[in-house]
Design a protein around this ligand. Structure first.
Ligand code: BTN
Length: 321
């Protein structure tokens, strides 16, 4: 009900919507409307109420609540079921337990702040309150286990397209799934599986995106390697709008991938790739190899040609330039 009311006000932003229109559309009493308006105001929405004219939404806060995100998910089904928390250790943990309890594909977990955000390769992921998108998405693809890395590349393409759509900024992809703007990391993706033998129960896709951090939010060391959309775009953005765009892009690419396979995604990924053709060093637990990034395979494996002309398949590593 609160969500539907917000939709009505947001669709008519800046215009009055009468109490009668609301109560007819949402089939609720004037008292109920008033209660929800008060709740929305408490959450930071500025809503004007004028007798005989009704209610008018003036400004919305930058929140990533279920109500806000649902304004931006369009006709898609991803992001229709949202678990929102103000502060959590990691949205991945919540998404893992929801997936075990049978949550539907497309369900998401969003938090305003993470106190123990996880990155790839066991690293920590800084997730301060009110600044970024800290989101985990549950997928249930019927694909063989060895194809799961393809999904990570798909998500990176989708997130990069969403950034471009909403902000106009171009985010390149550093293998496998870091998003960079002018060489600095703006978003990262962590793909975790619940699987057995050869079958995938669920894929938990964690997306962390720096949206409204200012330079002062990063330590000097971090600001050498990380950035935010606000720093690069010179303005702040509505996190819910970007999260909604990310979900729409993921859903579109994912549906096409399930029918047509990886070929299209591979082309889209390569067109945005930062590392291809560059001389790089791939560091992993087994050692490091330096050479030229030649391309990716259909499995999403990075091909690296060393100085002896030997081609190495890189499955998991940190890439340095
Ligand atoms: C990386 O580049 O190392 C991946 C970072 C992934 C961070 C996201 S934020 C939402 C989700 N919850 C987590 O704890 N991690 C992922």
């Amino acid at each position: 009900m609160k969500e539907a009311l917000l939709h009505m006000l947001a669709e008519n932003e800046g215009e009055f919507v009468s109490g009668q229109q609301i109560s007819e559309n949402l089939n609720c009493s004037r008292t109920a409307i008033w209660k929800h308006i008060s709740e929305l105001r408490k959450s930071g929405y500025s809503i004007e109420a004028v007798q005989k004219r009704g209610y008018r939404l003036l400004t919305s806060p930058d929140l990533v609540t279920a109500e806000e995100v649902s304004l931006y998910t369009g006709n898609g089904t991803f992001g229709k079921k949202v678990t929102y928390k103000t502060s959590v250790k990691s949205t991945q943990e919540i998404a893992h337990s929801l997936a075990r309890e049978g949550a539907l594909e497309g369900s998401i977990v969003l938090a305003d702040e993470q106190t123990g955000g996880r990155g790839r390769l066991g690293r920590a992921w800084q997730s301060p309150s009110g600044t970024g998108i800290w989101m985990s998405l549950i997928l249930r693809p019927e694909i063989p286990l060895q194809k799961a890395p393809q999904l990570t590349l798909l998500i990176a393409v989708a997130a990069s397209r969403a950034i471009e759509k909403v902000t106009g900024l171009e985010a390149a992809i550093k293998w496998p799934n870091d998003l960079l703007i002018k060489g600095k990391k703006v978003a990262g993706i962590l793909t975790e599986l619940q699987a057995e033998a050869d079958s995938i129960h669920s894929v938990i896709v964690g997306i962390g995106m720096n949206v409204n951090q200012e330079k002062k939010h990063f330590t000097e060391e971090i600001s050498e390697i990380a950035t935010s959309l606000a720093i690069e775009g010179g303005k702040t953005y509505k996190r819910a709008e970007i999260a909604g765009a990310v979900l729409q892009e993921i859903e579109n690419l994912y549906r096409s991938y399930l029918v047509k396979g990886f070929a299209v995604i591979k082309l889209l990924w390569e067109a945005r790739a930062y590392s291809l053709g560059k001389r790089i060093t791939a560091r992993s637990v087994t050692g490091s190899i330096t050479g030229y990034a030649k391309g990716i395979t259909d499995e999403g494996v990075l091909l690296l040609e060393d100085d002896n002309g030997e081609i190495h398949s890189i499955y998991s590593a940190d890439i340095e330039f």
